[in-house]
Design a protein around this ligand. Structure first.
Ligand code: MOS
Length: 745
C-alpha cells in the first residue's frame, strides 16, 4: 500500500485541463441549441406592475421571452424548492411572481437563436414597478437583528451555537486584564473564474441532460425534480469539471431553473450563461459585525471569552453557520458565552464561502488575541501556547488528534519568528515598515455517507465511480491515488468517473468533507473487490491463499498477497481467469456514523510578514508561512495548492475584498472583477506551506480534508502584522489605504 497516497502526484486531469479537452458547463454543444439571457430587476423591493416584452419579441431570432406572467406552471410550496443544503425559510422561486425581494433579481429570460441576440433583446424589456422601502445596510439593521430560528433538522442543528459555560460576565468583570473590541468583515463574493452556466439538452422523449456548474450534481437533480415535478430517471445532471466554486455552487443557482423552464417550454435545448455582474446576485459571504471580550489573568491564561455576532441574510431565508463558537473552542477558558443574531436585509440569501463562519469569526478572535497579548506584554505566540486547549471544551471531550503545537513550532521556525522585536514600528527595510503577525486557524474534519462503485476488469484496469464533484480541488486525482493503492494497480490503470447524477450517491462537495468521505468509501469498496478476488482465489487448486482471511490479504502490484507471508501470492489476472470472470463490480455505501466521544478538527498556524510604505500606506504581504495539521495528506502537491489558494483568499480578505452596495438603490456597485478586488500575481509573494505530521485513526485512512483550513486565520495574521508594522489597529476589513492613513472607525 501507499505507493501513491501521500505523494506529490500531478493532477490526473491536468492534461485535459491545459489542452482544453476538459469541458465546462457552457461548452457542451448540440445542434439546435437556443440561448437565454437573463433580465434582472433594477429595484430592491416591491412589485412588478408592468413588464413589456414586445420590443424584445420583435427582434429577429428571438424565440420567447419568459416572465412570471407567461411561464409554465410551477409548484406553490416551499418544499418543492428546497435543496439539500437549503437553510430554513422559503427558498427563492425564479420567475414565480411579480414580487421583488432583491436588486438584480431575475425577472425574465429572453431566449434566442444566438446569445448575442438574446442579450440585445433582453436590454429591450421594459419594466415598471411599485417600489417599497428597502434596507441593505447591516449597520442600519443591527439593532433589529433577530436570533436564528431553532433548528428543524439535524443539518441545521449543526449550526446552533454551543452551550455557554461558567459565569462569563462575572469572570470578565473580575479579570486582571481585559480586551474588548468590535470587528467587521464585509460582504464578500466568491468570484470563481467560471461563470454560472447550464446547458440543457432536450431529448425527443422529454428527458433532460443538464450540464450545470455545480458542487453537487445530485443536489441539482433533486432540486429540478422538485421544481419541475420530474422523475430522477428523466433528469441527468452532469458537471465533470468546475472552474472554481468556493461555496457559490453548493446550492442550485437560478440559471438552471430558467434554462430548464425554457427548454421544456420550447421543447428545445437551451443554454443560459450568467454575466459576471449576474454572478453577484445569488450568494455571498455574509457581512459580520462581531464583538469579542476576553478576560485573562496576568500570567496569560484566559478566564472568560464572549463572542457576539450579527450576520446578514435575506428576508426569506435564515442562512447562518455556527459563527461564534470557534472562540470558546480554540483556547482554554472556563467561562464562555456566544450570541448570534441575523440582520434580515433586502438582499438575496447569503451563503457559504470558503470556511464559512470560521474565516470571519476567527479573524476577529485572532485579532482580539493579538490585542490581548499586547495588553499582557506577551509574545502573541507565547499567549497561544499558554492558552492551548487539549480538549474540545464545548463537549468536554478529547480530540481525535490535534497537532497544533507542532504547527506553531514548525511554522515559527520556518518563519524565523524568534527574530521579531515586539515593539510596533521597530522593524524596517529601507523606507518600508516591516510587520510580523501570526494567528491560528481551525476548521472541522467531517466525513459523510457516500457510495462508491468499482469495476475491476481482467486487463488489470479499474473504473472508480461516485457522483461527487471535483470543484478544482483535485478529487479526480486523490480518488485515482487511493484506488490505485487499494487495488494494487498502477495509477494510469485507474479511470475516475464523477460529476454525474447517475453515478452512486454523493452529497455536495463542500465542508472539506469529500476527500475523507470518498477516499474511505473507496477503501470500503476496494475491500469488497478484494474479498471477491480472495473467494475466487481460494477455489484455485493448491491455492496459496486457501486459508487466508480477507483482512490478512492485500492487493499489491496486480496480485493478491498474504500480509503475513509475501510468498503466498497469486496474480489478479490468474484469479479472474480461473474464476472465469472478466469483470468484478462492487458498489458499497460507507456511513461513518457519528463518534461523539472525540472532536475532529484541523488546525493551522499562520505567520505573515507585511511591508508598509510609510508615505503611501501601500501594504504588501511579502511572506506567509502556513503550517497545517490535517491528518494524513493524500497528495502533497494538490494539497499544498489548496493551502496556497486559501492563503491568497486570506490576503484578499485582509486587504482587498469588499462587496460595495449603494444603499439608496440596494444595488451592488462593484459587481465585476475590475472593481471587486481580488489579489493578483503582483499581490502574491512568498507563501510556504508546511504539513505537520498528524497521525489520526478517526477513519481508516486518517484523512481530515484541506479545502477550507488554509484560509482561516490568514486575514488575522496579516492584520496583526499591519499593526506590528504601523502601530495602527484597523478592525474592519479590508485594510485599505484610507483606513490605515485615516482616523479609523
Ligand atoms: Mo465550501 S464554502 O462548503 O464549498
Amino acid at each position: 500500500m501507499a505507493a501513491y497516497i501521500g505523494t506529490a502526484t500531478s493532477r490526473v486531469d491536468g492534461v485535459a485541463k491545459v489542452t482544453g479537452a476538459a469541458k465546462y458547463a457552457a461548452e457542451f454543444n448540440v445542434s439546435g441549441l437556443a440561448h437565454g439571457s437573463v433580465v434582472c430587476s433594477t429595484i430592491a423591493k416591491g412589485r412588478i406592475t408592468r413588464i413589456d416584452t414586445s420590443a424584445a419579441m420583435r427582434v429577429e431570432g428571438v424565440l420567447t421571452v419568459l416572465t412570471h406572467e407567461n411561464r409554465p406552471p410551477m409548484p406553490d410550496n416551499d418544499q418543492a424548492y428546497k435543496d439539500e443544503v437549503a437553510p430554513s425559510g422559503s427558498p427563492f422561486r425564479p420567475l414565480y411572481d411579480g414580487r421583488i425581494m432583491f436588486n438584480g433579481q431575475p425577472i425574465g429570460l429572453v431566449v434566442a437563436e444566438t446569445s448575442d441576440i438574446a442579450r440585445f433583446a433582453a436590454s429591450l424589456v421594459r419594466v415598471e414597478y411599485d417600489e417599497e422601502v428597502h434596507v441593505t445596510d447591516v449597520y442600519r439593521q443591527r439593532d433589529q437583528a433577530v436570533p436564528p430560528k431553532p433548528p428543524t433538522n439535524p443539518f441545521e442543528a449543526m449550526f446552533a451555537p454551543p452551550k455557554a459555560r461558567g459565569a462569563p460576565e462575572q469572570s470578565l468583570a473580575a479579570a486582571a486584564v481585559r480586551h474588548e473590541g468590535e470587528y467587521y468583515v464585509p460582504i464578500e463574493h466568491h468570484n470563481p473564474m467560471e461563470l454560472f452556466a447550464s446547458t440543457v439538452i432536450f431529448e425527443s422523449n422529454g428527458k433532460l441532460t443538464v450540464y450545470d456548474k455545480t458542487q453537487g450534481v445530485q443536489n441539482v437533480q433533486k432540486y429540478l425534480c422538485g421544481v419541475f415535478g420530474m422523475k430522477p430517471e428523466d433528469v441527468r445532471v452532469m458537471s465533470p469539471f468546475m472552474g472554481g466554486g468556493f461555496g457559490s455552487g453548493l446550492r442550485p443557482q437560478f440559471q438552471v431553473v430558467l434554462a430548464v423552464l425554457a427548454a421544456r417550454a420550447l421543447q428545445r435545448s437551451v443554454r443560459v450563461v450568467l454575466t459576471r455582474p449576474q454572478m453577484y446576485v445569488l450568494g455571498y459571504r455574509p457581512a459580520m459585525i462581531q464583538h469579542i471580550a476576553i478576560g485573562a489573568n496576568a500570567h496569560g491564561t484566559l478566564d472568560a471569552i464572549t463572542h457576539d455576532a450579527v450576520t446578514v441574510t435575506s428576508q426569506y431565508e435564515d442562512h447562518h453557520r455556527q459563527e461564534t463558537g470557534w472562540s470558546g473552542l480554540l483556547y482554554k477558558s472556563a467561562h464562555a458565552k456566544y450570541e448570534h443574531r441575523l440582520a434580515r436585509l433586502d438582499l438575496a440569501t447569503s451563503c457559504d464561502m470558503r470556511a464559512p463562519s470560521a474565516a470571519s469569526a476567527v479573524y476577529a478572535l485572532e485579532c482580539a488575541m493579538d490585542e490581548l497579548a499586547i495588553a499582557l506584554e506577551l509574545d502573541p505566540l507565547e499567549l497561544r501556547l499558554r492558552c492551548y486547549s487539549d480538549r474540545d471544551q464545548h463537549d468536554d471531550r478529547p480530540y481525535g488528534s490535534k497537532a497544533l503545537r507542532e504547527c506553531y513550532r514548525q511554522g515559527a521556525e520556518a518563519f524565523g519568528w524568534d527574530k521579531r522585536t515586539p515593539e510596533p514600528r521597530s522593524m524596517r527595510d529601507g523606507s518600508d515598515l516591516v510587520g510580523w503577525g501570526m494567528a491560528t486557524g481551525v476548521w472541522e474534519a467531517l466525513q459523510v455517507p457516500i457510495t462508491v462503485r468499482i469495476v475491476l476488469t481482467a486487463d488489470g484496469r479499474a473504473e472508480v465511480a461516485c457522483a461527487t464533484s471535483d470543484i478544482g480541488t483535485g478529487t479526480y486525482t486523490i480518488m485515482a491515488q487511493v484506488a490505485a493503492d487499494m487495488l494494487g494497480l498502477p495509477l494510469d490503470n485507474i479511470s475516475v468517473k464523477l460529476g454525474d447524477s447517475s453515478l452512486p450517491q454523493s452529497p455536495v462537495e463542500g465542508g472539506s468533507w469529500i476527500a475523507a468521505s470518498v477516499s474511505n468509501g473507496i477503501v470500503t469498496t476496494a475491500d469488497a473487490i478484494r474479498d471477491e478476488l480472495l473467494r475466487l482465489a481460494r477455489q484455485m487448486p493448491n491455492s496459496p491463499l486457501a486459508n487466508a482471511a480477507p483482512h490478512q490479504v492485500a492487493l499489491s502490484d496486480g496480485r493478491l498477497v498474504s500480509k503475513r507471508d509475501a510468498s503466498r501470492t497469486v496474480s489478479i489476472a490468474d484469479v479472474m481467469r480461473h474464476g472465469a470472470v472478466d469483470r468484478i463490480e462492487m458498489e458499497k455505501t460507507t456511513d461513518p456514523g457519528h463518534d461523539a466521544t472525540r472532536a475532529n478538527n484541523t488546525h493551522a498556524a499562520i505567520f505573515a510578514e507585511v511591508k508598509v510604505d510609510e508615505q503611501l500606506g501601500v501594504i504588501r504581504v511579502t511572506r506567509v508561512v502556513s503550517a497545517v495539521a490535517a491528518g494524513r495528506i493524500l497528495n502533497t502537491k494538490t494539497g499544498a495548492s489548496q493551502i496556497l489558494g486559501s492563503v491568497v483568499g486570506g490576503i484578499g480578505m485582509a486587504l482587498h475584498e469588499e462587496t460595495l452596495i449603494d444603499h439608496r438603490f440596494g444595488r451592488i456597485m462593484n459587481a465585476n472583477i475590475a472593481e471587486y478586488h481580488v489579489p493578483v500575481n503582483a499581490d502574491v509573494h512568498d507563501i510556504k506551506v508546511i504539513f505537520v505530521d498528524e497521525p489520526d485513526d478517526s477513519n481508516p485512512l486518517g484523512i481530515k480534508g484541506l479545502g477550507e483550513i488554509g484560509i482561516v486565520g490568514v486575514a488575522a495574521a496579516i492584520a496583526n502584522a499591519v499593526y506590528h508594522a504601523t502601530g495602527k489597529r484597523v478592525r474592519d476589513l479590508p485594510i485599505t489605504l484610507d483606513k490605515l492613513q485615516g482616523d479609523g472607525r
